[in-house]
Write a protein that binds this ligand. Structure first.
Ligand SMILES: [Zn+2]
Ligand SMILES: [Zn+2]
Length: 387
């Protein structure tokens, strides 16, 4: 059996709670067999994005349930992580060419949610809320490896003459922000983006690219505030932290400032990309009467909403956003990144990926301790597998 380098977790080697990080491992190179494999491809990974989900896995703060239950279901002990990729198809199952149109040599990214196609939502075309989806690199083996096996229906063709490979590898998280920005028409609207980590920064670019009138960033971290300004926020404000004994409390000074900036109206759309109780409450408060609140930031457990009745009395709309619409969001992602006039792709490369300096990490010499330093310094690391 041929083996390859991969970043893994293994229940026969370590316990979930008692460990951290990802182990540099040797695993079998995936192969194609009969049955469902006839509709799969083997992809040689060139670049793989490392995201908030992977950070959650690294520090064992999230995804444990899904990793462990999927391993138990498969009767396996080892999981290879990673779900954001750019790679080249090197082998196709017997049904792939006729059914999906992919062939050996095609460059692809991938949707990370592999949907069932048969549940109620899927039959309605709402694939992003499939009841039986599996997530690449969480509940099936992923792309922090030299090769990965992926169902062809999840792949996304990518034209490297129009998108540079390092940016193409992060179309999936960029697509999260596109989806969040597609919830309501942003043209001419005032938009507040609460939390300008990677997805929030993408949202700044996308809101601009989609024609938002005014974009206000709200971010406690000075380094991220600077990035948000460079990416085109009209204003970037600092929220006052909520009191420790009442972490849901909205910030009245922030609301006052945002209302000053919006002629006393509030923003048309408030997007919470952080998930903290205080930022969810701030988002609710910053939205105008009749405005939209887009919720993307994730946090487990209960969240308390201050003055809940105001949501109803002010006719505000709350939207939870997950994943990407298949494949409408990917089409918009492609057009935003391939457009040579809007500067979006250059901004992703220059600002978010820092022109590759410090952000592109060679998988061949991957060292977990050194990588923790990269994670601390950069919002969006990308692993280079095949270059
Ligand atoms: Zn991700
Ligand atoms: Zn489904």
């Amino acid at each position: 059996m041929a083996t390859m380098r991969a970043l893994t977790f293994d229940t026969s080697r370590e316990s979930w709670e008692g460990s951290k990080g990802m182990v540099v491992d040797r695993v079998e190179v995936p192969t194609l067999g009969e049955g469902p494999d006839q509709s799969c491809c083997i992809v040689r990974v060139r670049y793989a994005g490392f995201c908030g989900t992977d950070r959650g896995i690294w520090w064992r703060k999230s995804m444990g349930d899904m990793v462990l239950s999927s391993l138990a279901e498969d009767g396996a002990t080892k999981r290879t992580f990673g779900h954001e990729l750019l790679g080249e198809i090197v082998e196709v199952g017997s049904k792939v060419v006729t059914k999906y149109g992919y062939k050996v040599g095609d460059m692809v990214s991938t949707e990370s949610h592999v949907v069932c196609g048969a549940c109620y939502q899927c039959r309605l075309g709402e694939f992003h809320v499939c009841a039986n989806d599996r997530i690449i690199g969480v509940s099936m083996d992923g792309c922090f490896a030299e090769y990965v096996k992926i169902p062809a229906k999840a792949l996304w063709p990518t034209d490297l003459s129009k998108i540079r490979p390092e940016v193409a590898a992060i179309q999936e998280p960029f697509g999260n922000a596109v989806h969040a920005c597609q919830i309501t028409d942003l043209r001419g609207k005032t938009v507040a983006i609460l939390g300008t980590g990677t997805i929030g920064l993408f949202a700044v670019l996308i809101a601009r690219g989609m024609g938002a009138g005014k974009v206000i960033g709200i971010e406690p971290d000075a380094r991220h505030r600077e990035l948000a300004s460079r990416l085109g926020c009209d204003e970037v404000l600092v929220p006052t932290p909520a009191p420790k004994d009442a972490p849901w409390t909205p910030d009245p000074a922030l609301r006052e400032r945002v209302f000053e900036l919006t002629d006393g109206v509030g923003v048309d759309v408030a997007m919470d990309m952080a998930g903290f109780e205080s930022s969810v409450n701030n988002a609710v408060r910053l939205a105008r009467r009749g405005g939209h609140i887009v919720l993307f930031g994730l946090r487990n457990g209960d969240t308390r909403i201050a003055d809940f009745h105001r949501i109803i009395m002010d006719g505000k709309q709350l939207h939870g956003v997950v994943g990407r619409r298949l494949f409408q969001t990917w089409e918009v992602t492609r057009s935003l990144l391939e457009n040579t006039q809007n500067g979006v792709q250059d901004a992703v490369w220059d600002v978010i990926l820092n022109k590759g300096q410090g952000t592109i990490v060679d998988a061949a010499t991957f060292d977990p301790a050194a990588f923790e330093d990269v994670m601390a310094r950069h919002t969006k690391p990308v692993l280079r597998w095949g270059g």
